[in-house]
Design a protein around this ligand. Structure first.
Ligand SMILES: Nc1nc2c(c(=O)[nH]1)N[C@H]1C(S)=C(S)[C@@H](COP(=O)(O)O)O[C@H]1N2
Ligand SMILES: [Mo]
Length: 165
């Protein structure tokens, strides 16, 4: 499996196009064996977002991180500093890729998030099906649900999708 899972672009030193093998090759110190030990609902292995950022390099004015999931057109933009150290990219289960049922191929995960739509960095920012990470100056595109009604509607839709597969 050598196709590109994740593109890292925007205000970076160089654009990255990462495959499963690229993520797997990142240093063991930056790999997390199982995120369920950190409170994730499903098991999975992750790599520290910071390690990926180090590969890309950052322009000095980059201050927001925008997570893009084109699969279902979901996007979240959060202050870079708030997730820089804690953010994880879940990308594997055992030796294989993360299945879409667990948010794969790549799921962003921030341990200890605030409750949904209570803060810029909330559980809703744990974006599933991430295919691009964009570094920006100022807040990027974000279509997380704005209030409880929108949030409820989103979860109802997802419920429908899950029971359909
Ligand atoms: N791609 C994508 N990621 C997403 C969402 C979504 O609709 N699409 N929903 C978000 C919201 S609102 C929440 S609360 C969590 C739910 O995660 P779960 O499905 O693992 O419970 O995923 C977040 N990530
Ligand atoms: Mo949410």
């Amino acid at each position: 499996m050598t196709y590109i899972l994740l593109r890292v672009h925007g205000r970076v030193g160089r654009t990255l196009e990462l495959t499963f093998e690229d993520l797997d090759a990142i240093a063991p110190e930056a790999q997390i064996a199982d995120v369920s030990a950190l409170g994730a609902k499903r098991p999975g292995g992750a790599v520290r977002f910071e390690a990926v950022l180090a590969m890309a390099g950052l322009e000095t004015d980059a201050d927001y991180l925008t997570l893009h999931a084109s699969a279902d057109d979901f996007h979240a933009s959060v202050p870079l500093e708030s997730v820089r150290q804690q953010g994880l990219l879940i990308y594997r289960q055992g030796d294989g890729p993360l299945p879409s049922s667990a948010g794969g191929p790549v799921r962003f995960f921030i341990p200890d998030t605030a409750a949904c739509h209570t803060a810029e960095v909330d559980e809703c920012a744990n974006v599933k099906f991430v295919d691009a990470i964009e570094l920006t100056h100022g807040r990027g595109f974000d279509n997380r649900p704005a209030d409880e009604a929108d949030h409820h509607a989103l979860h109802e839709r997802q419920q429908g999708e899950h029971s359909a597969d």
